[in-house]
Design a protein around this ligand. Sequence first.
Ligand code: AMP
Length: 219
Amino acid sequence: MKISGLNLILMGPPGAGKGTQSELIVSKYNIVHLSTGDMFREAYKNKTKTGLLAHEFTSKGQLVPDDVTIALVKERLLQDDCKNGYLLDGFPRTIEQAEALDEFTNSISSPISKVIALDADYNELVKRITSRRVCPVCGASYNLFTKRPLVEGVCDHCQSKLVQRDDDTEAKLHTRLEAYEKQTKPLLDYYAKKGLLVKVDGLQEIEKVFADIAGVLGE
Ligand code: AMP
């Protein structure tokens, strides 16, 4: 099978705005949004074997083992809707995952087009994450400061009651940020060496961050 299209990776620490920017990117470029975090949450909701296993790690803010994560992503990338391009949000998060992704995309002759990395400082990330609220039904994401829902506590899209993700507490956030620093940050170098990396300041207004990303990707 050959997939050809705009194949993107969106990187950044938890709270850098990956979810929000992903929604804007996939809508403009008409590509599929693949969030491994969403996939794990969905699998856990459905009580699949992968979902239950992953929850042992996600509930502590730790990364799910590479073999489980890589298998999940490969299976998803082979589905038909990825043919015209996709945005990977939250994958890869380790060098092993990046190497597996390279091997896989080469084997189907459809390499990664660009890697966009959102930058943000530690204090801002803590503030953003602890004020994040999500819709448990449609997955939409909000922020009590920067992206408020129209009606407090209610999803704009499906009117469900918004909740806080159980790994968005300050205690678990610390573990997640540590995992990012130790395991994921080295990927910036990995992709810079391949000439694929573009850094964008994630602390700007949502619209400005998106304008910078669109400036890189073009029409
Ligand atoms: P996210 O929604 O991207 O913040 O992901 C939520 C949680 O899912 C993470 O804290 C990890 O436990 C797990 N997870 C998501 N993506 C990956 C990945 N690529 N590798 C390992 N664990 C992951």
